[in-house]
Each structure stands twice: as structure tokens, then as C-alpha cells.
Design a binder for this molecule. Sequence first.
Ligand SMILES: Nc1ncnc2c1ncn2[C@@H]1O[C@H](COP(=O)(O)OP(=O)(O)O)[C@@H](O)[C@H]1O
Ligand SMILES: [Mg+2]
Length: 400
Amino acid sequence: MASIITDMQVFNDNYIPPRLIVRAEEADRIVWRIVNKILKSGNLLDLTMIYGQIGRVGIGKTTLARYSALKASEELKARGVRLRYAMVNAYGAPSLIDILSAVVNSLGLRIPVRGASFIETMKSLTDYLMIKDEYLLIILDEFQGILLSNKISADDLYRLLRVYEEVPASDGISRIGYILVANDVRALAYMREKIPQVESQIDFMLHLRAYSSYDLYRILEQRAELGLAHDSYSPYVLEMIADRYGEDKGGEGSARKAIKALQRAAERAEMRGSPRIEEDDVRHALAQDSYASVDLRLLRGLDTHMLLVLYALARATGRRGGWVQTSLLRAEYESASETFGERPRRHTQFYEYINTLSRLGLIEKGAEKGKMGRVRLAPEIPVDVLLEVLDHILIDRMSG
Ligand SMILES: Nc1ncnc2c1ncn2[C@@H]1O[C@H](COP(=O)(O)OP(=O)(O)O)[C@@H](O)[C@H]1O
Ligand SMILES: [Mg+2]
């Protein structure tokens, strides 16, 4: 089989290119501010906020945050200063404990979180940073999920984001900063409502628009150079994809989709045994997107509890993959309902939702002999995208 893809990893969803060509300026500004603050004041008491264009996903919010954190730590390292960063994805509606556990885990620390009070945990964390002489940048991704969570009070959130007012370090140095990443501008309104003292103290704010076809072209070109065999693609191939998704051309402006399309086109060409990606490979890849992606309009039309069942299934699938026992799905659904402040429906209703979702082609039903039923998310639906979309819709409904 001809080998077109030379580095599969380049097409992974959380791959970060060595240089962020598009949004380089934005990244520079974030990095520069953080580095400067630490070098000039010795403190990292900083709140950066990144939010996206309403209704758009795959536009580089998470990537920009992670890339900037990485670059800031590299930059500081060269000057003998240690900055670590922790990534917390706040899908759903996490509690304060969930967030702290995620921080502590992502740093690989052995600090007790469950069973300890917030202050105790934070004290351990700030002590650790002081002893190690390290700074910490916490990225709270999907921040709107935290703002709208009924499991985290305004007070908790305030204490989290203003750690050093609650738990001053004994050497007087503030070593924790935040990058908040939210879907869109509504997060600011929620903040103003829930934690106005924090909202007014955001140090730096960035609004990210969906990508134009030119942006996407440059992003695709970089991925192609990094992950595809030289001469296996033409500019025309990249252009076709960039034009299909560019916001200026009526597309969604999603880099995620554009990169996936390039990957699929390359895979198809490989399967054909061709050394080059041809136009028809691209056409097939683009056509596939219509059902490989999630039908937003369909989802928006569904009953909230039906969405919660789907959400529960997506979460279970994300953790385990494959088929999920309906009893387990039921438990997952109950917890999802609680998360979004809904009372779970009865069993019979729950099974009806499953039937409807199956009729709509969103899930598949299967039964094992002598066992309870099991279900599976339709195979062409990407779990991460579905979760993101459902999160959007459910949170919208909660606040609306
Ligand atoms: N400026 C960029 N340069 C290179 N790749 C990008 C860029 N922006 C986004 N991507 C890629 O697109 C995909 C989606 O980006 P992501 O940051 O997850 O979007 P969002 O958080 O806005 O939904 C990721 O695979 C990411 O690597
Ligand atoms: Mg993201």
C-alpha cells in the first residue's frame, strides 16, 4: 500500500504543531504577558480569558491556550524559571473537587483532594509550589460548564480563581495564574452575574473568530508538510478543503473539520494504492463529513431528556467505548440529569427515548442472549464532537 501519511500523530485531535502559524500573534501576546509578569514582579496573579465566536467549534480556542502555556513555560525555562501548566476540561458541570482533582492529577501530584477541605488542598498546592519554586498556569477549558454548574457555588468559584486571597503563601508570592477558555461571549455575562468581582479583574481577553479559507489553507499546508509524504498532495487539494470550510466562503470555519477532511482524503488515496491525493479523494472526504458530523438541527429539535440520554451514552462511550449496558446507561443518565438540573424520567420513558434515538439512527440497539439490552453510539458519530455539541445545547437550555 502506498504510504501517504508519514506521521499519523499529526492528525490527532490534540496534536499541537511546533509553531502556531495562524494565531501566532495572539499566542505571542498571551505568552509575552505571562512571562513578563513573572519576570518583572515575581508573581503570577493573572487571568486571561479566551472565548470564541458564537456557535463555532474547532476554531482553535483550546489549541491556543495549550500552545501559549507550553511556549510560556519554555520561554521561562530558558531564563531559569519553572512554570508548569495544568489542563482541566470542564465538560458537563463539575464540582470544585472535580476541578481540583483534575489539576492535581494533571500535575502528577500526590495531594489528597477528596476528603480534604478546599483550603487544605489549596494550601498543599501552594506550599508545594513555594517549596519547588514553581509557577502554575491552570487552563480551565469549557469554562462555561463551570459557570453554569449547579455543583459549584459563586463563593467556591471566587475562592478558586482568587486563591491567594484565601490562602496567601508564606513568602507572599502568588504563583498561580489562569487561562479561562469559554465557548463564547455569553460566558462573560454569566461571570458578571455569578462572580462580578472576578469578571472585572480579567487581565486580558481574546475573542477568536472562526477561520477564513486563507487561515485554513495555511493550517492545512503546515499539517501536510508535517504529516504527509512530499509530493503526495497539491495546493489544489488543500485549497478545496480550505474553501469548503472557510467562514468567508460560508463554511463553519473549523480547523478540526478541515484537518479531518485532509486525513480522510489521504487515507482514501492510500487505500486506492495511489501515491497522490486526487481531487476525487477530497470529494469523498468532504461528502463523508455530512454524516460523520453531528446533525445540529436534528439535535436541537430533540427533547431535553432525549439529549441527556444521548449525552450519557456519549460519556460512557468516551470512557469505555463499544457497547454499553442499558442499566449502566440508566445510571449515567441519572447523573447527567442531575448535572444539568433536571429530574430523571421514569424507566418506561427512558426506554422510549432509547427507541426513538435508535429510530433516528443516532444510537444502535443490540441484545445479548439472556442479558439485558445494550446500546451503542452510531459508529459514524465522533464522541468528542457530540459531547461538545450536546454540552452547548444543554447549557443553553439551562440558562434559557
Ligand atoms: N491556528 C491553528 N494552527 C494549527 N492547528 C489548529 C489551529 N487552530 C486549531 N487547530 C487544530 O484544529 C483542531 C481543533 O482546534 P481546537 O483548539 O480544539 O478548537 P476549539 O477548542 O475552538 O473547539 C485541533 O486539532 C487543532 O490542533
Ligand atoms: Mg476546545
